[in-house]
Write a protein that binds this ligand. Structure first.
Ligand SMILES: [Zn+2]
Length: 175
């Protein structure tokens, strides 16, 4: 019954969505801090699952039994600490930022990312398998591990937190 209702309202929300440009619904934590935005369809799903209530609605517009939501408020508090403890997703740009654009092999200005275990040998795109490197070092190391190439690391790669990356961002990326 519940799943059927959910499908119904989702379909209805999708139809309304098509004609809307501003379909993002703001989600507030129980303490009224803004968490993120979700699509209208997602918002309806949250209402049906009763994890959120409508804080602010568009007047004169309803979706089934619900007012058309502009702002939702969560019913239960969501801890946001994970934003600051869990490592963010790996990106080349993130590696360069983490290592402050410093080559892990010679300490010079780095513009490339080197895989400790080369990708051609199954090395992954991960925080622990990648370091910032300058092009000459990257080329010299080629298809070898640092040990094989006799190129010791000047620093050890680590998974940064979002907060660490954000702080590095504030300091600027130039060096
Ligand atoms: Zn270098």
């Amino acid at each position: 019954m519940r799943a059927w209702r959910l499908l119904c309202f989702r379909a209805e929300a999708a139809r309304v969505d098509e004609g809307e440009t501003m379909s993002a619904v703001l989600v507030l934590n129980t303490d009224n801090t803004a968490l993120h935005t979700v699509t209208l369809q997602h918002a309806i799903g949250m209402l049906v699952r009763e994890v959120a209530i409508v804080e602010q609605a568009r007047e004169g517009l309803n979706l089934g039994p619900y007012p058309y939501p502009l702002v939702l408020r969560l019913v239960r508090y969501v801890k946001t600490a994970f934003l600051y403890t869990r490592a963010p997703g790996w990106t080349k740009r993130g590696v360069l930022r983490r290592d402050r654009h410093t080559c892990a092999y010679c300490g010079g200005q780095a513009g490339t990312v080197d895989h400790l275990v080369p990708q051609s040998r199954g090395g992954r795109n991960s925080w622990l398998n990648t370091v910032a490197a300058c092009s000459p070092c990257n080329t010299r190391k080629a298809n070898r591990t640092p040990e094989e190439a006799g190129m010791p690391l000047l620093f050890t790669p680590y998974p940064p937190s979002r907060a660490q990356l954000a702080r590095l961002d504030q300091r600027g990326e130039s060096r």
